[in-house]
Design a protein around this ligand. Structure first.
Ligand SMILES: C[S@@+](CC[C@H](N)C(=O)[O-])C[C@H]1O[C@@H](n2cnc3c(N)ncnc32)[C@H](O)[C@@H]1O
Length: 294
């Protein structure tokens, strides 16, 4: 991309970048090109479609060139633009947090289904391993009488989550605290109606095979020991101590973990109605269970 600025229209830039990204192995290369160009030009991606003939001026071109290089080098697009859409909300992200994934929206669906089954009454949710706070924020936004405790071991992640809570006007509904898994923060009430978690669940072996953009996400948000079940096992064992009878535990799991997670929930002896939610590819990605109601 070395020619003079006046030769580069929006459409030409999109097409050139799409081809370059495709050769660099970037997923959905045209979408990535449009997202980055929209970011540089400070306009929504779809607005580019009404300005295909616009000449991109030198300052913007230079900024765009810098982002293209970083993306081709493996930097995730969401980190480059500082945000990711989740449950139709814009969530701020930095390299201190995992980039929210579409399958994690299943956790929010599970919360809302459960809330409906309880007739819309006020409920208390604990979001364990909250990261950017995406699950806590989306659930609280959708369910105004939900009170949320959102915890993470990473102070840096909590700083990002705090900004998301503030950005979406949820400071009264969502409390953020540092905690190691289900260690209850001081002065928090002990019992909840719902516990959600998207914990780390990638095995040590899988960590070696991750694509470059995923490697740029925090190791502590992904790595979960030799079998990937280190955190999920602890959550299943401890969550029932903090759930009311007939409370909901819902946990995101790896693509091949459903059978083992079913066994863990079953063997814990404190859950019933164990089931799974499927992602867009039809794979079980979210475990759900109710605490036994005596
Ligand atoms: C897979 S990310 C999920 C983030 C967010 N909930 C999401 O769905 O995008 C896992 C999170 O767990 C946090 N974490 C790792 N070990 C933890 C621990 N022992 N206690 C609490 N949080 C932990 C990481 O800091 C990271 O933010």
């Amino acid at each position: 991309m070395s020619e003079a600025a006046e030769n580069w229209t929006v459409l030409r830039l999109i097409n050139w970048t799409k081809d370059y990204f495709a050769r660099s192995g970037i997923d959905e290369p045209r979408l990535a090109a449009e997202v980055l160009l929209g970011h540089v030009l400070s306009c929504p991606r779809v607005a580019l479609y009404t300005q295909f003939d616009r000449i991109v001026e030198a300052g913007h071109l230079s900024a765009f060139r810098g982002l293209i290089r970083q993306a081709a080098d493996g930097e995730p697009i969401a980190y480059l633009i500082g945000r990711k859409d989740f449950y139709s909300l814009t969530i701020k992200v930095t390299p201190d947090v995992l980039i929210p994934r579409p399958e994690t929206e299943l956790l929010v669906d599970a919360v809302l289904d459960y809330a409906r089954s309880r007739g819309g009454e006020p409920l208390r949710l604990w979001d364990v391993c909250t990261g950017s706070g995406c699950v806590a924020v989306a659930a609280a936004k959708q369910y105004p009488t939900l009170t949320v405790l959102a915890t993470d071991i990473s102070e840096a992640a909590l700083t990002v989550a705090r900004e998301n809570v503030k950005q979406h006007g949820l400071a009264r509904q969502v409390r953020l605290e540092q905690a190691d898994l289900l260690t209850l923060p001081e002065s928090a009430e002990r019992f909840f109606d719902i516990i959600t978690s998207n914990p780390p669940y990638v095995t040590d072996a899988e960590m070696e095979q991750l694509p470059e953009p995923v490697k740029r996400e925090p190791d502590a948000a992904l790595r979960a020991g030799p079998d990937g079940l280190e955190f999920i096992t602890r959550i299943i064992h401890n969550a029932s101590d903090h759930l009311k009878p007939n409370g909901l535990l819902t946990v995101e799991i790896g693509f091949d973990q459903a059978e083992r997670v079913y066994d863990l929930l079953n063997e814990a002896g404190r859950y019933e109605d164990i089931r799974f939610g499927k992602d867009a590819a039809g794979i079980d990605r979210v475990a759900m269970a109710h605490t036994i109601s005596d």
